[in-house]
Design a protein around this ligand. Structure first.
Ligand code: ZN
Length: 253
């Protein structure tokens, strides 16, 4: 198969990818609260604009606690409810949480099959996930393996998986025909090429995040309430708006 001709590198100003294609969106993340932190403003805005926005969470978040006595099955149940409450606030059309243990996500055929099944069912114009190549953010944090793996599995499911009838052919019997995704948006990236205006949606992003109560106990909510708006202001400055979220956008179609 011939390799597609690479395009010129996109403008770092974000002007290259400002018009997202119309249609449904599928967000794919590793943990129940990742979508809000990474892209909550963008997902809320798209939902408000009338797009069906769906969320697929690849682990159940059952290790999201520092308490050694925590019942992990109970935590998974709590986090599923929190995910649904947050999704309702954001205006999402649907959520699905896989029963994979937190910290054990693998870019396996089984996980890719679930992503491809969801892509073929929802037929999204855009799949939004996180950048699997981002290991290090400054010198004080490196990216969780579930985040990197979620991004890699999402990309591999989009291409070549979802669009090729010889991949996951068993789904065709479920009347899930191959589907080609037009764009992939990757948050948590060190190589953003697009800054999405989310002015007016930061409060909603924080409110949705606050629904993940098991994760924002103690002073964590205060930490997010400082960090996320500050990050959005810094990203907004790049395109002259109040608040923005940063993405690496790939246009495949
Ligand atoms: Zn996470």
């Amino acid at each position: 198969m011939p390799e597609p001709t690479p395009e010129a590198p996109p403008s770092p100003t974000g002007e290259e990818a400002t018009s997202a294609p119309a249609g449904p969106v599928l967000a794919v993340f590793g943990h129940p609260d990742d979508a809000e932190i990474s892209a909550g403003g963008t997902l809320a805005r798209w939902a408000r604009e009338g797009r069906p926005v769906h969320l697929l969470v690849l682990t159940n978040g059952d290790r999201g606690s520092e308490d050694p006595a925590q019942d992990r099955a109970e935590l998974a149940r709590v986090r599923r409810k929190e995910t649904e409450a947050a999704a309702e606030l954001l205006g999402l059309a649907g959520t699905h949480v896989l029963d994979v243990h937190d910290g054990e996500l693998e870019n396996s055929v089984a996980v890719r099959a679930e992503i491809v099944r969801t892509v073929r069912r929802i037929r999204p114009a855009i799949v939004l996930s996180c950048d699997p190549t981002a290991w290090f953010f400054g010198n004080r944090y490196f990216n969780h393996s579930d985040h990197r793996t979620a991004g890699a599995a999402a990309l591999d499911a989009v291409f070549p998986g979802a669009g090729n009838p010889l991949f996951f052919a068993e789904l065709i019997a479920e009347r899930l025909a191959p589907w080609k995704v037009s764009e992939v948006w990757l948050g948590w990236t060190n190589e953003p090429n697009h800054f999405q205006d989310v002015t007016g949606f930061i409060d909603l992003k924080l409110k949705a995040l606050a629904e993940h109560r098991s994760q924002v106990e103690g002073n964590m909510l205060g930490f997010f309430e400082e960090w996320l708006p500050a990050e959005a202001v810094e990203n907004g400055r790049k395109i002259g708006v109040q608040h923005a979220e940063a993405f690496r956008v790939l246009r495949l179609g």
